[in-house]
Design a binder for this molecule. Structure first.
Ligand code: SAM
Length: 330
């Protein structure tokens, strides 16, 4: 039988799913969350079994890559059970985005459970600034987490840094040196207008990928590569290192025409686009049909018709999407 495929109205194949496993987080990054957050009541959150059903159904529809995210995925109780279950599906790629705080104790188990790649968020190498940006995070814990991940032997480790003008933009060269020293990749992300924050005006602090690239080019030649990680980043190499430098540029280089992914929030809402509200409630389908995944499958196939052609993020600093990134699944 031919492998089933999910295709949208614009001919794009959807084979990458990002599953948010919790809205909770031990950090409160200034661009991601409000300082005082109200988290979801338990009954609104998918159980790990329900998340596994969603994952299995997507795989039966041709999904080749799953990323677990949140919130902070490693603060979800029994997360290793879910990782083991999804790890047994034989996916081409199975990854997680994490703030790294729990990696010192969990990296080995995650690797053994079948997780292949890790994205670790790191916006600053200065302990005080790191604490200011994350509001609650300890840099040393995350650095230990990066070392633990390296020792655990993941197929790929990548750092993610959101760059803010006047916030951490002067650290861009140091972050690149750090990635080179650790022999891992690094991606710089433009801040997106998701959720209302009070820390800064997003329009004013936006540091575009071109600006970040110019900063790095003063230190290293950046050679464009046609490499595609199956995600939205564009990659560059340096002549004297295996470290790749990526840019995720939702404002300045729209990546919608090749979008191959959808997200499922921890409430079971299937989001067809990061920058639009188009969505479908899978939790209702899951809970109305606990015995079979047939209706879930039909719902997912039907939802592909809702996937919009593109997002339109503005740089005016206004909030366009009320969902915070921790709800969306970053
Ligand atoms: N807790 C995990 C972490 O810190 O990586 C996973 C979830 S977090 C929401 C995923 C990624 O989204 C992080 O790299 C974070 O920096 C990024 N992020 C959060 N809010 C963002 C925003 N408004 N614009 C751009 N990136 C954002």
């Amino acid at each position: 039988m031919a492998q089933a495929k999910l295709t949208d109205r614009f001919g794009r194949t959807v084979n990458y799913v990002r599953l948010s496993v919790t809205d909770r987080c031990d950090f409160r990054c200034v661009y991601c969350m409000a300082e005082e957050m109200t988290f979801l009541p338990r009954q609104q959150v998918l159980t790990l079994e329900e998340i596994a059903r969603v994952a299995r159904t997507f795989v039966s529809l041709g999904t080749e890559k799953i990323r677990l995210t949140g919130g902070e995925p490693l603060v979800r109780k029994d997360i290793l059970e879910l990782v083991k279950e999804i790890g047994s599906f034989g996916l081409r790629d199975f990854a997680m985005t994490t703030n790294g705080s729990q990696l010192p104790t969990m990296a080995q188990d995650l690797r053994k459970a079948g997780l292949k790649r890790l994205n670790i968020s790191l916006d600053s190498l200065d302990a005080e600034k790191f604490h200011r940006i994350t509001r609650t995070g300890r840099l040393s814990q995350v650095l230990d987490g990066i070392d633990a991940a390296k020792e655990a032997g993941f197929e790929g480790i990548k750092l993610n840094a959101v760059v803010m003008k006047g916030g951490n933009d002067e650290e861009v060269p140091d972050l690149v040196e750090f990635a080179r020293k650790k022999k891992i990749d690094i991606t710089f992300i433009e801040e997106m207008p998701l959720g209302e924050i009070s820390d800064h005006d997003r329009g004013q602090v936006l540091c575009t990928s071109d600006e970040v690239r110019d900063i790095i080019s003063q230190h290293h030649e950046l050679i464009p590569t046609p490499e595609d990680s199956g995600g939205p980043a564009r990659y560059f190499r340096m002549p004297d290192s295996n470290t790749r430098v990526g840019f995720i540029s939702p404002h300045s280089h729209n990546f919608c025409s090749t979008c191959n992914r959808v997200r499922v929030t921890v409430e079971g809402r299937l989001l067809l686009c990061l920058g639009n509200e188009h969505s479908m409630d899978l939790r209702h389908v899951l809970r109305s049909h606990p015995e079979t995944d047939d209706q879930l499958r039909e719902a997912i196939i039907g939802a592909m018709d809702l996937k919009p052609e593109r997002h339109h993020f503005s740089t005016e600093g206004d909030v366009q999407i009320l969902r915070f990134m921790n709800m969306t699944g970053g």
